[in-house]
Design a protein around this ligand. Structure first.
Ligand code: ATP
Ligand code: MG
Length: 246
């Protein structure tokens, strides 16, 4: 199998705090991996480091076989175009309409015609179950679940090979959260994407990830399928979910 992301001996310090400690893992093409762990354990900083937004003081990150540390800005840009990112809290631009948010990359980084970009944005919104009329709305007019969909649409517009989802279901009611979980699975199957989902929701993790990576205090403490962890892991985040009937 083709390794699409490799993280080797990654160590990150913020201030004088050791935030990530000796992180190692590989993600193969077409996998759906979930990074799970308690709040503040380092999940978001880990993906920011993989994306090259934060620099580690030790270790290497390979994306599509290339060490991202050695890349020129244009090479990094080429890789980033193949990656879709759904940020924690949706992170939409308040002053832009829904379709402008979805088409942001093309609108501000290419010379493509506005109408074409808008049409493409509408297509994607529709495929995610949002009505065409939503495209002209402003983010403040949307519910939390709609915002997440818009943020997924924005990630999908460049037809990424890799998608990162940071806490996609946090703050949503159980039904919207279930719908979004199904949507993530559907996108994974339809577009054959490699997914990395970050969550502290073990229920979400057990549903979408073939492989779970459990992080606590900046270290990987368990790796396995949910079934494996359910049997062997003594970690409280897994045990409490199992005890709840999961
Ligand atoms: N910009 C920053 N400056 C200082 N400390 C930071 C910064 N960003 C993250 N940290 C620290 O790094 C650690 C990991 O944070 P991170 O945001 O990755 O947690 P998380 O696992 O994503 O948590 P949550 O589930 O709540 O989103 C925390 O201790 C946090 O305080
Ligand atoms: Mg986070």
């Amino acid at each position: 199998m083709e390794k699409i992301i490799s993280v080797k001996n990654l160590n990150l310090r913020i201030g004088n705090k050791e935030v990530l400690n000796d992180i190692n893992f590989d993600i193969e093409k077409g996998e759906s991996v979930v990074i799970v762990g308690p709040s503040g354990c380092g999940k978001t900083v880990l993906i920011k480091t993989i994306l090259g937004i934060i620099k580690p003081y030790k270790g290497e990150i390979y994306i599509f076989g290339k060490n991202i540390e050695n890349l020129r800005e244009d090479e990094l840009k080429e890789i980033r175009e193949k990656i879709g990112m759904v940020f924690q809290n949706s992170a939409l631009f308040d002053s832009l309409s829904v379709w402008e948010n979805v088409g942001f990359y093309y609108l501000y980084h290419t010379n493509r015609r506005k109408e074409d970009i808008k049409n493409q944005a509408i297509e994607i919104l529709k495929s995610l179950g949002l009505d065409e009329s939503v495209s002209d709305m402003m983010p403040e007019q949307l519910s939390g679940g709609m915002k997440k969909r818009v943020s997924i649409a924005r990630a999908l517009i460049s037809k990424p090979e890799i998608i990162f989802y940071d806490e996609p279901t946090t703050g949503l009611d159980p039904i919207t959260s279930e719908n979004l979980t199904s949507l993530i699975k559907k996108i994974h199957q339809e577009f054959n994407t490699t997914d990395i989902t970050i969550t502290h929701d073990v229920k979400l993790a057990s549903k979408i990830g073939k492989k779970l990576i459990l992080i606590d205090q900046g270290r990987i403490v368990e790796v396995g399928t949910y079934e494996e962890l359910r049997k062997k892991s003594k970690h409280p985040i897994i045990r409490s979910y199992v005890e709840m009937g999961g």
